[in-house]
Design a protein. Sequence first.
Length: 418
Amino acid sequence: CTCHSTGSCKLHYAVSKQPGCLTHIPLGLCFAAECKCGPVDVLFVLDSSESIGLQNFQIAKDFIIKVIDRLSKDERVKVSFQVGVVQYSHDNTQELVAMGDANINNIGALKEAVKNLNWIAGGTYTGEALQFTKDRLLARFASDKRVAIVITDGRSDTLRDLTPLSSLCEINTQVVSLGIGDIFRASPNSEQLGVIACEGTSYTPGLSFQKDNYAELETIKEDKPFTFTKPTDITLLVDSSTSVGSQNFELTKKFVKRQAERFLTAKMPSEDSVRVSVVQYSGKNQQRLEAQFLQNYTVIAKVIDDMEFINDATDVNAALRYVTNLYRQSSRAGANKRVLIFSDGNSQGITRNDLERAVQEAQQAGITIYVLAVGSQPHESNLQALVTGNDLFRLPDYKSLLQGVFYQTVSRRITAEN
């Protein structure tokens, strides 16, 4: 996974060693910026001891299922990650459910298996559980990008369980310890949590988080809403050229619908505060205004569904000028102006200077430009002319548009300066 961002990040860093990647463990701790991400294996180690309590154990399972949902937001997209869950309590009580088990061949089956885990309600042998995870689960997951999330109260019985808490540090795995207060209202043991997360060792340190109680997991896993504070006009400028391909165009349409829904259902000062336009483009004189600053998601969703693939040349310069004129003619005075351009920077018959002039005209019209570049062969010079820094999103392929919560990351970034 490679990223280029000056932004800071928490749990996402543990997943990928870079800000913003994985698409995305949903702790709401950072936004993706300019990222390319590959498959990531996620391993959960779940404390099922007596001190956790039955209700808290159920909350923890729901949290894990929610993370799995986020990783596989659209199950029509081929799953490109592995997930496994180890629950544990006292000596030799570990139980493993994972992708690849005889009865688990899809995400739905995995979620059902997690739901069916029964609370063990014994002692706490965390070191033994981590060694079990290392020996049993990691041997099945061959990816070199792995994260282990250990959910516990951080109070292992180290007098009886002499297995080191740093077992997972010895292999190429980022470890995150999530310590949560138990039913007796005792705080997590920060020292043990630090050891679990490889702190103070010669290994790459992970991260350690602490929460007062399991109820906080409910808020962690929620989709954090965003709010528009002033009128905003947003245009989604969709690449419909031959290089995209008809199948990828259909994936893009699904992603565009998600963006439109996020924008039009967000909190806003009044019902008419946010308007969304959709324009698709191909060659020089091939721009189609599919939806002009609409406010009704049902209407705009139908329009997007009916969009037909143009399948011709690529001229992002002409497309940007078209959108600039659209804003000049139809945008509201005082409204924020945003455009998300789907482009890898490749465009026939234009120079970087041409793009820079088009960008300057857009900026003079008050438009903020964001670019979503998909694919492994972008035109870097043109992308740099279009946009810089956190306003550029990258994905390795079109299937990744619908994986995880990337769509939320994009919509949040576009509204961040609202």
